[in-house]
Design a protein around this ligand. Structure first.
Ligand SMILES: [Zn+2]
Ligand SMILES: [Zn+2]
Length: 319
């Protein structure tokens, strides 16, 4: 399996402005002083050595993650603004003449998790089939409402693709397609959200965003330890720092990097991916949080090898 991140920002897309781009160029030029960059190869190698906030960005699109399993049907989590680029990639590969099938798992219906759908071009093309799974009874209503007069020019009901809704029962296991099975679980978030535990060829990927865990309730019996058990990849809502989560932002429905490490270690997960980044955190801040999280994990459980990554748009992780 391969997991591809199309949108990793929380709450609202957060694109870079020109000042941020300019400061990256400046940092790169400062680092280039005294370097011999006379060949293209030397330039590429130099870029690879730059710190991530200089050579890249954590990205601006809201939640959308693709699970690539080798089959010819697509599997996605959430329809944040990242789904627009995903749709363009598929169309670029196959063109509009070859219909495809899409399976989409919705965590919940907050705007940042559905806002990309009106810009998902495959939805406009007859022959495509888009099956949307979730546990909220108002999935169709929410998508229809965001794509209707006066907030959007093209009405949801006129879309060319066949769009189906499948209501899942949390806790029950379903075979989806191509040997992928999934089990959902309810999460603490305003109006509830749902996490998904996918398995395919003995590999486990858990998608758990928009979910608040209280630090003081974490122990071996906490239900999420079972949901995350032995995950090869755990995509986790680490929107805040612990200090933010237990003070001003308590009960805002999101978790911290520290809670993510605690849960990943309790569950024996192998790889923790911090996801749903706070829009006010810039690339340098996210890089600092990543370094602190790795240090915390080492101190907290020195014997265990937990890989920690901070998700960015365009990231691909083989599982
Ligand atoms: Zn969200
Ligand atoms: Zn939410």
């Amino acid at each position: 399996m391969l997991v591809r991140f199309w949108g990793t920002r929380g709450s609202l897309p957060a694109p870079l402005n020109y000042l941020a781009v300019r400061s990256k160029i400046r940092d790169a030029l400062v680092a280039a002083r005294g370097e011999n960059l006379s060949s293209d190869q030397a330039i590429e190698a130099f870029i690879d050595r730059l710190p991530f906030p200089t050579r890249g960005t954590y990205g601006g699109n809201s939640s959308c993650v693709e699970l690539v399993t080798g089959g010819d049907e697509y599997l996605l989590c959430d329809l944040g603004s990242g789904v627009r680029e995903f749709g363009n990639r598929v169309l670029g590969k196959y063109g509009p003449g070859q219909p495809r099938r899409y399976h989409v798992f919705l965590s919940h219906l907050h705007w940042d998790h559905i806002m990309g759908f009106p810009f998902f071009t495959p939805a406009y093309i007859p022959g495509n089939v888009i099956r949307i799974y979730g546990s909220h009874k108002v999935m169709r209503e929410a998508l229809e409402r965001q794509q209707s007069n006066p907030t959007f020019p093209v009405d949801f009901r006129t879309l060319g693709a066949t769009i189906e809704f499948v209501e899942l029962e949390p806790g029950r296991s379903y075979d989806i397609v191509g040997g992928v099975s999934v089990r959902s679980f309810v999460q603490n978030h305003a109006g509830n959200s749902y996490g998904y535990r996918f398995s395919h060829q003995n590999k486990i990927v858990v998608y758990s965003t928009d979910s608040e865990h209280k630090y003081e309730t974490l122990d071996k019996t906490y239900p999420f330890v079972e949901h995350f058990r032995d995950a090869d990849l755990l995509i986790f809502d680490a929107m805040y720092s612990l200090a933010e989560q237990i003070s001003v932002k308590e009960d805002w429905g999101h978790s911290s990097n520290i809670v993510g490490v605690e849960l990943a270690q309790l569950a024996g997960a192998k790889h923790l991916v911090m996801f749903h980044h706070e829009p006010i955190h810039d690339d340098h801040m996210l890089e600092r949080i990543l370094a602190e999280t790795r240090r915390y994990a080492e101190i907290n459980d020195p014997g265990r090898k937990l890989t920690i990554t901070s998700a960015y748009d365009g990231l691909e992780i083989p599982v």
